[in-house]
Design a protein around this ligand. Sequence first.
Ligand code: 3PG
Length: 399
Amino acid sequence: RTIEALGTLAGRTVIVRCDLNVPLSDGVITDDGRIRASLTTIRELRDAGAKLVLISHLGRPKGEPEDRFSLRPVATRMAELLGSPVQFCPETVGDEAAAAVASLGDGDILLLENLRFNAGETSKDAAERRAFAKQLAAYADAFVSDGFGVVHRSQASVTDLAEMLPSAAGRLVDAELKVLRRLTEDPARPYTVVLGGSKVSDKLGVIAHLLDKVDTLLIGGGMLFTFLKAQGHSVGASLLEEDQLDTVRGYLAEAEKRGVRILLPTDIVVAERFAPDAAHETVAADAIESSSFGAAGIGLDIGPESATAFAEIIAESATVFWNGPMGVFEMDAFASGTRTVAEALTQTEGFTVVGGGDSAAAVRAFGFADEQFGHISTGGGASLEFLEGAQLPGLEVLA
Ligand code: 3PG
């Protein structure tokens, strides 16, 4: 159900679940991509004369207020981007929030404080979640679900609230689904998926599912060391998930049987310690402990030979999905692999999708523009679960 299903919105109060979970450093927003992505729906509802109550989480506070997780900077940034006021209420539910909602005029926009400052938002207890959702539902006549990044969560503002009000998917959710369906239904070939990030265990479901779908899987990031180890190589002090070794071996064997190419880096940037100024060297991926740091060396990026090989495969692909950085891109010395992959995506003729907060933040930090990619998904976990073929509770409830 899209916004049309809600009928005339002028003069009605619409509560919109956004995903405004942006990275902050000392209170400063370092990537406003999720705010920008939310604006299409907000502008449309505002221009239709709705009274808008925006809700979102930020970070993972433990059910009570914490200054560093306040949405206040988001309201300020959103107002700048919209060129019109965005009121902010320092509580999510309560007398002050109720009064702020009641004072809204047609086309006004109010952002409530972080949903996760209330234990009910993420509670495992359905009654507690519903009680919180009921307080939110009391503010509005209709609900728009536009936080694509959280549709894989069964949380009060995502699922319970949708059941309590006439509800519909917003434009961002709709746009994300259209793009991601292109990847699951009939991707143009060759189809390459680049996976990085720290944990194999986060990506197991998607890897299993992709073995049916892709031509080539390129593996980088912290998770690559579990693959190298599964192939019998030593990885020094690099990140390793011992308990995933058997699963990974299984994937490698399965991929071979199905003719799917799983490509691992051939060289690795190994550092003396985990620090931006750590001494580092590039060594062969099957000889990580041959660096001057011996068994204490930590792999923090893919090497230049691997990055070039990955870039060549990306260049020849008709569809590319990328999730997860290739190395510790936040540190200059270990950003090169991620930068080369990002650049390769901007240069290929193929259709490219970047998924996940870290990869999106990386491409923007390197100075690439969103328009240089086919699509930058606002969902990390959500886009991966969608590609796994999982049922996403926040979408099910809208069906
Ligand atoms: C994300 O960053 O992937 C979304 O905002 C969801 O956040 P969560 O993983 O804390 O639920």
